[in-house]
Design a protein around this ligand. Sequence first.
Ligand SMILES: [Zn+2]
Ligand SMILES: [Zn+2]
Length: 310
Amino acid sequence: MRFLAALFFLLIAAPAFAHDVDLTKLPLGDGKLSAAPTVGQIWACRVDPNGGGAQVDGPWINKSAGTFDYTKKAVVSGQVVWKPNFVMSLAGDKRIFTSNDLPNHPTGIFPIQPSDLAYQTDRNPNSIREQSVTVTLPANPVAAAQPLCAPGAVGILLTGSVLFNALDAPGRDAIAHETQDSCQGHPQQSGVYHYHWVTTCIDDKKLADGHSALVGYALDGFGIFGRYGEKGELLSSSDLDACHGHSHAIPWNGKMVVMYHYHATWDFPYTLGCFRGAYDVQNVRAISGPPPQRGFGPRGGSGGFGPPPN
Ligand SMILES: [Zn+2]
Ligand SMILES: [Zn+2]
């Protein structure tokens, strides 16, 4: 009887945190914008309804079902190799990054060439350009009293390139609508190569306990980890808080420490839904590149570059 009770418990308890992912039916994030921290949504500081983006919906988007087929998305072709210059160092209670934003993996050919199939949905005219990024983050971040809204640029990944939030310029699901290369990156107007989720060109390594390894840092200093949770289970947004993270023991600066961290997921908003710790607007500007020139070119890059409106 006790065995049966235990079995029953296992049967109902085990699947609670286990999610299969169907990349052919990812939930479309359009409209999942909130004005306060909300699980599965994004609390963006700002969106520009007139911002640019992909010209037409790709055939992989199924608006009536509210899903998109990630496996059918157009991928910008090319295997362009860059010279990254990414240095991370610890100095006291600061973690300092310098980067030219060029990734440690090949990219597609940008601007998207008219001969590229991807051109039919997205004519991204921007080229990838070397940047000069310096970012200083707290090495031991602490949670703020209240979460903060997410600006357009939210972090830096260990590829050396920057992470933007899940939205394109007009506030739609950037993964569903924008066309990216095979590492899910592309440049915005000032040539900043960026992702809208954690690139699959970082191997999502599992640590000994099954939890994902670190893949980057958010601008509040907290770590961003891959898609696997504490028991090696695939996480979805519903397993995480509104900012897309949780707290438990993780390796941090060479020790195991119970602390907050963000996770990547396959489902919207993919990474940060808001900031759990305070961030410096200077760092947002540093990784966003020079301000986009309004009314220039047929498309924007990726939205809400700026700091909070106030
Ligand atoms: Zn975790
Ligand atoms: Zn983008």
